[in-house]
Ligand binder design. Structure first.
Ligand SMILES: N[C@H](CCC[C@H](N)C(=O)O)C(=O)O
Length: 287
């Protein structure tokens, strides 16, 4: 089939965005992998699919596929690209929309300066709901947080575990540029205590309102930015008593701003979304 798409990014986290309201999409994981392939396909960290809502109180449904072809629960940078896409394409005249995702409803809003703020919902902090298997593990109380000691390549690493609908393991490092993202990232992503694998965040605290963050993403590898990863890192940093809301998150692809009032309040993420080009690609029965 000939597939129309828009190539977009949010702070360098790049996407193939597809209107599945006016196109029939039913790809296999191998076909999603091909679309994401930076040599044999279009190339992207994730594919974002825009669908008609399945409930009355939402405007759209939003499905997310990682570069490895797996469907996942949430994508923060993608949510900003989503609202820019449906606005630019005239699929809505609203500037704030309610979007149904696998992990619940999020509310992206187009700001007057072109940036986009997304209510990402409240963080999920119970280890079993991340999901993280904390059995027979002695957590270490750090402020209001519990950090879990995991053995990674022979060394013990203290991890905060947070879900933003998708699972995150966050560690504090002295220097994010020197952090072993590409060596420890895969070991954390596939650690047996994360039954659904996990996104691995490496956070350097600059001051109480600023961090540097690198994320080795589940199903995509290190990305230039990770929206849900920025939310999870700020939640962990605030709970550990290291940060105060709002927090500027410096990533390799740009800056995100994260605000959280604590407890069951929603995490608000603000940042850019850019359309790079429109395209068409012939997708055969890959694999
Ligand atoms: N790799 C993530 C999905 C994309 C998240 C990220 N791109 C974001 O901006 O939140 C996962 O498997 O949970």
């Amino acid at each position: 089939m000939k597939l129309k798409f828009t190539k977009m990014h949010g702070a360098g986290n790049d996407f193939v965005v597809i209107d599945a309201i006016h196109q029939h999409i039913d790809f296999t994981p191998a076909q999603w992998q091909l679309l994401a392939d930076r040599r044999f396909g279009v190339g992207a960290d994730q594919m974002l699919v825009v669908e008609k809502p399945q409930a009355d109180n939402v405007d759209f449904r939003y499905r997310i596929y990682n570069a490895d072809g797996g469907e996942v629960e949430q994508c923060g940078n993608g949510a900003r690209a989503f609202v820019k896409f449906v606005t630019d394409k005239g699929l809505t005249d609203k500037r704030q929309i309610r979007v149904q995702t696998m992990s619940g409803i999020i509310e992206p809003k187009l700001e007057s300066d072109g940036r986009i703020t997304v209510d990402m919902g409240a963080p999920i902090l119970a280890p079993a709901e991340v999901p993280f298997d904390a059995r027979n593990l002695a957590g270490q109380a750090l402020g209001d947080d519990i950090a879990w000691p995991l053995e990674i390549h022979g060394k013990q690493v203290l991890m905060s575990v947070v879900s933003m609908g998708n699972p995150h393991a966050v560690q504090v490092v002295d220097d994010s540029e020197a952090a072993p993202v590409l060596t420890d990232g895969p070991a954390i992503e596939h650690h047996p205590r994360f039954p659904k694998r996990v996104n691995a965040g490496f956070m350097q605290v600059i001051d109480r309102h600023q961090i540097k963050l690198r994320v080795f993403e589940r199903g995509a590898g290190e990305t230039l930015a990770c929206g849900t990863g920025a939310c999870a890192a700020v939640v962990a940093g605030i709970r550990r008593g290291l940060l105060d809301s709002p927090v500027k998150v410096q990533t390799h692809g740009g800056e995100l701003s994260i605000a959280w009032a604590g407890n069951n309040r929603p995490v608000l993420m603000t940042g850019p979304a850019v359309s790079v080009f429109e395209g068409e690609i012939e997708i055969g029965a890959a694999g």
